[in-house]
Write a protein that binds this ligand. Sequence first.
Ligand code: BG6
Ligand code: MG
Length: 217
Amino acid sequence: MLKACIFDLDGVIVDTAKYHYIAWKEIARELNFDFTEHDNERLKGVSRMRSLDILLEIGGLLLNEETKISLADKKNKNYVSYIEKMTSAEILPGVPAFLKELKNNRIKTAIGSASKNTPLILQRIGLANYFDEVVDGNKASKAKPDPEVFLLGASGLGVSPGNCVVFEDAEAGIEAALAAGMKCVGVGNPQILYKAHMVISGFEEMDFNRLKTFSEI
Ligand code: BG6
Ligand code: MG
């Protein structure tokens, strides 16, 4: 029975993927290699340091730990300069109406994100107190595709994993949801998110009735 929805944040509630991309591209430019939007797919859903490792692998570079920490810090400062300017206007279309429907139908909600900037983003878009539980990169120690972030979300809500539906835009996140034993809706491109149980292109396509039917299958 459907009792809770757990939402990834970046790329599901807001399109911060574009800011992550710009900020990593700047680091790649400094290191003299190109970083494409296609490559950026590999960074979605994974932690900041793991993202840097993937970026360096794309550029064919091996750097020491100290340099890596300073590059990740630099990327984050640049990224934060973008998200500090976000407003509720950047909540993705259809999300507010769907969240409201969930509340009206007493479905619990949580955020399950790898981002350490989750509190700042939620505050900027006016959703800091909206979710019943927030599990982010400050709380979870294992990055997606490990299921930890979603399992912590479910236990924080007091709901069994089998009664949760996860919304995810990244392959690593879908794998994490499946490993947690949860139903998973991919948000984005079905060719990339084919492992999800269902894929929608955005929340205008989703409503409570569709969710309920999906969760019962
Ligand atoms: C995820 C993003 O939500 O958070 C990743 O999809 C990002 O691209 C990760 O690397 C960590 O984010 P942050 O804000 O802690 O650097
Ligand atoms: Mg995401």
